[in-house]
Ligand binder design. Structure first.
Ligand code: PBG
Length: 343
């Protein structure tokens, strides 16, 4: 009897009376039974690996804000794509860091058939044809202001950006992209890209829409990786979604599907699991999450300080996407997790 006991009162009901004899811990008792009733699994087949590109030859530059992540020149990106294919990773997504002198107000280099992203697609597809190539058609790696669209008089102009992005998508398909991933959130982009691809004979090239891309702070380290961090003036709130909104995310996804998107993506990942679950329930189409740079760096930073078990945090985070209903996950952890899952 201690001072917190209810003095003088007997327990009112036994646990079996309270639960009706149900004991939910029974199946958690042993590893074998936990494995037997496990509802979701993370597999190598679920992974898409985003990789950063840099101009030149034999270059492998660390991204300071993303420990373990590098920018690769095309020759080394090919080696990384080979490594990914050997690990069984189904697809990679490329993001270019081009010289500042090549960036301008309209992101015109996106229309160069031989720009960094297209060079990489050609080289990777020639060496590793079995890996899926996903390319992003936003303008931000190519603009001097770091915005995803064309900036005129302080405004990101929608229709002109859409026209340029659709043209860029055709060039990316011609260079070998299997999936075009528009991430700039302009209205009408998915339909315009579908039309342009079909007119150019690329009916088989798919569209993975960054359907619900939120105006998030978690993209910070990515901006260092592609060198837009110091350039960006203002924010992207006039085109990315407000993190407060969920119904609007459903409308965005619905619109992209009507325009011809084959797959949906939610970005960022963990803070938006509710959106993933809603979209999967509502539309039942292939749904992906982008576990973004800031989410990666938070785990790496805490692990480096000894504050968290980085490997387990990685696995638990990625499993959570499966539980929420994801078909796959874009993650910088892809090779690390693939190695872990195969061992
Ligand atoms: C922009 C783009 C972003 C990311 C990929 N493409 C967001 C941004 O810079 O605003 C973020 C990826 C990440 O944070 O990992 N088109």
């Amino acid at each position: 009897m201690n001072k917190f006991s209810r003095l003088g009162s007997e327990p009112i009901r036994s646990v079996d009376e309270i639960t009706g004899g149900r004991r939910l811990r029974r199946m958690r008792r042993a590893d074998w039974s936990r494995r037997l009733v496990r509802e979701n699994h993370l597999r190598v087949d679920d992974l898409i690996w985003p990789i950063f590109l840099v101009e030149g030859q034999g270059r492998r530059e660390p991204v300071d804000a993303m420990p373990g992540v590098f920018r690769y020149s095309v020759d080394l990106a090919v080696r990384e794509a080979e490594r990914a294919a050997k690990l069984g990773i189904p697809a990679i997504a490329t993001f270019p860091n081009i010289g500042l002198e090549k960036r301008d107000a309209t992101g015109s280099v996106i229309l160069d058939p031989d720009n960094l992203i297209n060079q990489a697609s050609r080289a990777i597809k020639a060496a590793v044809p079995e890996i899926g190539m996903i390319t992003d058609v936003a303008l931000d790696p190519f603009t001097s202001h770091g915005h995803d669209g064309i900036l005129r008089g302080g405004v990101i102009v929608n229709d002109e950006t859409v026209a340029q992005v659709a043209q860029a998508a055709v060039l990316q398909a011609a260079a070998g992209a299997d999936i075009i991933a528009p991430s700039e959130m302009m209205d009408g982009r998915v339909g315009a890209i579908r039309d342009a691809l079909d007119a150019a004979g690329f009916q088989d090239v798919a569209i993975m829409s960054y359907a619900t891309k939120f105006a998030s702070v978690f993209y910070g380290p990515y901006r260092e990786a592609i060198g837009t961090g110091g350039l960006l003036k203002g924010d992207k709130k006039t085109y990315y979604l407000d993190p407060a909104n969920s119904d609007e995310a459903v409308r965005e996804a619905e619109q992209d599907l009507l325009e011809g998107a084959d797959m949906l993506m939610v970005k960022p990942g963990l803070p938006y699991l509710d959106i993933i679950q809603r979209l999967k329930e509502e539309f039942a189409v292939p749904t992906f999450a982008y576990h973004v740079s800031g989410e990666y760096s938070m785990i790496k930073a805490a692990a480096a300080n000894g504050w968290i078990d980085g490997e387990r945090a990685m696995l638990e985070s990625l499993l959570a996407f499966k539980r929420a209903g994801c078909d796959g996950i874009l993650t910088y952890f892809a090779p690390e997790v693939a190695e872990r899952l195969r061992s």
